[in-house]
Design a protein around this ligand. Structure first.
Ligand code: NAD
Ligand code: TYD
Length: 333
C-alpha cells in the first residue's frame, strides 16, 4: 500500500511510520507534516534514508499540495492536528484551522481523487466526561475543550463524507497515549524529564482526574488493524482499560526515578478540566481481533528508561534546538 500519512513527524505518527515500514516490506509512506512546534524530524532519523519513505513539509490546509500528493496515494492515515488541551485554552485558532479545515481539505481531496481509503485518528476526549460506564462507539459526543471540540467537528465531517459521498472511511477514538517521542508538554514526559532535571512536577488541581493510558505502540497496532480489516464507515474505540488518577501516575514516575513526594507541586487547575476519561475497547477486540501487547507496568518502566537514555532528544526539544534540524537536513535541498 502507498500510504499518505499526515502529521507523521509528531509523537504517534512517527511511531506509526516506523511500525509500518518494519512490518510491511511492500508498503511505502509519504509523510506530510507542517513541522509545527510538535513536529520533529529527529523522531524519524533512523528511517529518513529508507527508499520507501518520503517527507514533504507542508500544510494539510493547502489544497493544491494535498491534491498533488493524493494522486498517488492508496490510503490516507490522518494524524495531523493541534493536540495539546492547554494550548487550546490559550489560543484555539490553530485548532480550528488545522483540525477542522485541515480535515475538510483532506476529505475533499480524497473524494475528488476517486474516493481514497481514509482513516481518521481521533480521541476519546470528544465524548466529554465519563458518567457511569466507559465511553464506547455509542456514547454521545460532548466535547468540552477547544481541542476536543475541534476533533469532534473533524469526526463529524469524516462521517458525513461517508454517508453523503460514500468515502471509504474509518475512525478510531483512542485513550491517552504514552511512550517514546511524546513531546514533553504532556503529563508523562513532562513529569519524567522535569524529575531528571531536578525540577518539580506540576499537578493540576487535586490530581484526582482520571485518564485511561495505553502505550503508543498498542495504538499504532490498533490503527493498522482498523486500516486493513475495519468495516468501512465504522468507528472503533481504542484503549486497554488502564484507568489511573494523575497523582498515581506521578507517584509511579517518582518511584521509578528514586524521588520523593517533595517533587510534587500542586498548581492551579486547568479551566474546564475533564475529570474522567475511560474507553471500552470491546468492539475492536471482538470484531477485529485486536489485542494490546504492552502491559502498563512494563510500558511505563520502558518509557521512563527511554527518556533517561534519550536525554539528548528531549533536551533539544525543551531548548528548542530541534527546530534547527530541519534547516540542517533539508534547508539546502
Ligand atoms: P503531536 O502534537 O505529537 O503531533 C502532531 C503533528 O501534526 C506534528 O508533527 C505537527 O507538525 C503536525 N501538524 C499540525 N498541524 C498541521 C498542519 N496544519 N499540517 C500538517 N501537519 C500538521 O500529536 P500526537 O500526540 O502524535 O497525536 C496525533 C493524532 O492522534 C492527533 O490527531 C490526536 O488528536 C490523536 N490522539 C492523540 C492522543 C495522545 O494521547 N497523544 C490520544 C488520542 C488521539
Ligand atoms: P495531558 O497529558 O495534557 O493530556 P489530556 O489533557 O489530553 O488528557 O494531561 C493528562 C492529565 O494530566 C490531565 O488530567 C491534565 C494533567 N496534567 C497535570 O496535572 N499537570 C501537567 O503539567 C500536565 C501537562 C497535565
Amino acid at each position: 500500500m502507498n500510504l499518505l500519512i499526515t502529521g507523521g513527524a509528531g509523537f504517534i505518527g512517527s511511531n506509526f511510520i516506523r511500525t509500518i515500514l518494519a512490518k510491511y516490506p511492500e508498503d511505502s509512506v509519504m509523510n506530510l507534516d507542517l513541522l509545527t512546534y510538535a513536529g520533529n524530524l529527529e523522531n524519524l532519523k533512523e528511517i529518513e534514508n529508507n527508499s520507501r519513505y518520503k517527507f514533504v513539509k507542508g500544510d494539510i490546509t493547502d489544497r493544491s499540495l494535498v491534491d498533488s500528493l493524493m494522486k498517488d496515494t492508496g490510503a490516507v492515515v490522518h494524524f495531523a492536528a493541534e493536540t495539546h488541551v492547554d494550548r487550546s485554552v490559550l489560543d484555539s485558532g490553530n485548532f480550528v484551522r488545522s483540525n477542522i479545515l485541515g480535515t475538510y481539505t483532506l476529505l475533499e481531496s480524497a473524494r475528488q481523487h476517486g474516493g481514497k481509503r481514509f482513516h481518521h485518528v481521533s480521541t476519546d476526549e470528544v465524548f466529554g466526561v465519563v458518567e457511569g460506564k466507559p465511553f464506547d462507539e455509542n456514547t454521545p459526543y460532548n466535547p468540552r475543550s477547544p481541542y476536543s471540540a475541534s476533533k469532534a467537528a473533524s469526526d463529524h465531517l469524516v462521517r458525513a463524507y461517508f454517508h453523503t459521498f460514500n468515502l471509504p472511511i474509518t475512525i478510531s477514538n483512542c485513550a491517552n497515549n504514552y511512550g517514546p517521542y511524546c513531546f514533553p508538554e504532556k503529563l508523562i514526559p513532562l513529569a519524567i524529564t522535569n524529575l531528571i532535571e531536578g525540577k518539580k512536577v506540576p499537578v493540576y488541581g487535586d490530581g484526582l482526574q482520571v485518564r485511561d493510558w495505553l502505550h503508543v505502540i498498542d495504538h499504532c497496532s490498533a490503527i493498522d488493524t482498523i486500516l486493513r480489516k475495519g468495516k468501512i464507515g465504522e468507528t472503533y474505540c481504542v484503549g486497554v482499560r488502564k484507568q489511573l488518577p494523575n497523582i498515581e501516575i506521578v507517584r509511579l514516575i517518582l518511584k521509578a526515578l528514586g524521588k520523593d513526594e517533595s517533587f510534587i507541586e500542586f498548581v492551579k487547575d486547568r479551566p474546564g478540566h475533564d475529570r474522567h476519561y475511560a474507553i471500552d475497547p470491546s468492539r475492536v477486540e471482538r470484531e477485529l481481533g485486536w489485542k494490546s501487547a504492552i502491559a502498563f507496568e512494563e510500558g511505563i518502566a520502558q518509557t521512563v528508561k527511554w527518556y533517561v537514555e534519550n536525554a539528548e532528544w528531549w533536551r533539544k526539544v525543551k531548548s528548542g534546538e530541534y527546530r534547527e534540524y530541519y534547516e540542517r537536513q533539508y534547508g539546502h535541498r
